[in-house]
Write a protein that binds this ligand. Sequence first.
Ligand SMILES: [Zn+2]
Ligand SMILES: [Zn+2]
Length: 272
Amino acid sequence: MEQPHTLVEALQGHFIGALTFDFTRYLIAAGVMTLVLLALPGWVRRRRIQKRKATRADYLREFFSSLRTVFVFAVTTLTTLAMRETGFLKLVGGPVDWGLLAVQLGAMVLLHDAYFYWMHRALHHKALFRATHLHHHKSRTPTPWAAYSFSAWEAVAEAAFVPAYLLVLALAGLEVHFWVMLAFLWHMLARNVMGHAGVELFPRFWVDSKLTDWITTTTHHDLHHSEGSHNFGLYFTWWDRWMGTEHPQYKERFREVVSRTRPGKVDAVPAE
Ligand SMILES: [Zn+2]
Ligand SMILES: [Zn+2]
C-alpha cells in the first residue's frame, strides 16, 4: 500500500478511518436493536413503554443528527490519537493482563457514569438547555436511533470524557490498554441504545432485586424522555437516588410495563 506523503494526507486517512469506525458502530448497535425489536412483534407490543409511537420524522431527525455526532466523535478520536502520538496520552497495546483490564474498565465506567450524571444535569440548567440538550429531548418517544441524536454542543460534551479521562490518567503516570477503550466504547453504545429502545428489555424481577436494581432499565431513561425532570443517570441508579432525582414512580412504571400479559393495555405514559 502506498504511504501518505504529507501530514495532511496522513490525518485525512486517520479521519476517514475514525469516521468509518464511529459510524459503523452506531449503525451496528442501533441496527441490531431495531432488528431484534422487529423480530419479536408480540413481545414488543406488550413491552412498549409509551402509548405514543415515534414518527417517521422522529426516526429521520435522530438518524441525521447522529451523523453530526459521528463527525464530532471522529474529530475527538483523531484528537485522541494525535495526543497519543505526541506523548500526552498513554494508550497502549501489547500483552493483556485480564484482571487489570477488568479493573480499568470498571473504573472507567464508574467515572463516566458520574461524569454523565453531572454533565446531563448541567445541560438541563435553563441557561444551557435550549442551546445544548433540547435537540436530544425532541425525541419524546425515543428509538434506538436516538442514541447519538445530539446537538453539536452536546456531542462535544459527550465526547470530551474519553480524552479528558486519558489525559488525567497520563498526568498521574497511568496507561490504558486499547482493549479497555474498545470495551468501554461498545458498552457505552450498547447501554445507550438499550436506554432508547422504547421497549422494556429487562426481566421482570429487575427493580425488585438488590442484586440488579442499581443498573438502569429502559423505563428509567424512557421516563426521562417522556417527562424530563427525573432520571438523569446513564448506567446506574445511584446518582439519581443520592441526589433525590429518581422518578417517584419509576419502579411502579417498570412493574406495570413488564407485567402486561396482552398488548393494548398500555397505560404507563399518557399520550401527548
Ligand atoms: Zn436530558
Ligand atoms: Zn436519551
